[in-house]
Design a protein around this ligand. Sequence first.
Ligand code: SAM
Length: 245
Amino acid sequence: MLEELGLGEIQSEGWETLGWIPSDRQLEIFNILYEQILAGNQRLNLTRITDPVGFWEKHLWDSLRGVVPWLSGDKLPLRVIDIGTGAGFPGVPIAIAIPTAEVTLLDSTGKKIAFLQTLIPRLGLENAIPYLGRVEAIAQQSDHRQSYDLVVLRAVAAATVAAEYSLPLLKIGGVAVLYRGQWTPPEQQELQNAIAPLGGKLDSVESFVTPVTESVRHCVYLRKIKPTPDRFPRPVGIPTQKPLG
Ligand code: SAM
C-alpha cells in the first residue's frame, strides 16, 4: 500500500539513510503491516499515526534507526526483547529486518498482545513472539533473566525506569537501546546514577533527525558489564513510583 500511494521513492531514499535496503519480500511485509495496523485501529486504539508517510517515518524508519549496528552486522542469532511493544514497535520492524533475531514482544495490556497474536501469522513472521506480562515480573524468571543480547524500549518510561526494566534481562555484554525524543544533561546524570548499581554502563548517546519531518531524536545505548543484583527490578510498580537515580 505504501508504494501504491507513491511512497516507493521516499522509501528507497529514506532507507539509504540507515545504510540498509530492504528486500522486495521485506517491503511487502512492511506493506501488510501498515494495512493491518490501519485495520486494527478501527477496533483498537493502536496509533495516532495513520498517514503513510508518518507511518513510514515514525513507525518503520524510527524503529530501525535504533538498531542500525545490528542491521548490517554479522547474521548471528540474536535474542531480542521489546519491552512495552504496544502495537509492535519497534519490535515488529526489527523482526522483519533481522531474520536471524528472535524477538519477544512484551506488553502488559491483553488487547495489544491479542492484536499481535493475529498480526504475526498474517505477516508470515516466525521469529516474533507476543508475550503478555509485566516486565518487573518476567525479568525475575530464569528463562528471561540475563537471557537477551538486545533490549529495546520506546515510549514506555523515564530513562532511569527503562534502565531498571532492561538491564536485568540482558546477558553480560548485551545492549539496551532506549529510544528517546529530547535528551538533556540532567536526564543523562540521573541515568548514570541509576545504571551503576544495575551493572550497566552508558555506551553512547546518538542524536539524529528523522528524514521527513526532521524531528530530533536520541538513542541511548546501555551495556551490561556485570550481573544485576537479584533485588532488581523491584516489584511491579515500584520502579515508576520510586525511580532510581
Ligand atoms: N513501544 C510502543 C511504541 O513506541 O509505539 C508502545 C508505547 S505505549 C505508549 C507503552 C506500552 O508499554 C503500553 O502498551 C503499555 O501497556 C506498556 N507497558 C507499560 N509499562 C509496562 C510494564 N511494566 N511491563 C510491560 N509493558 C508495559
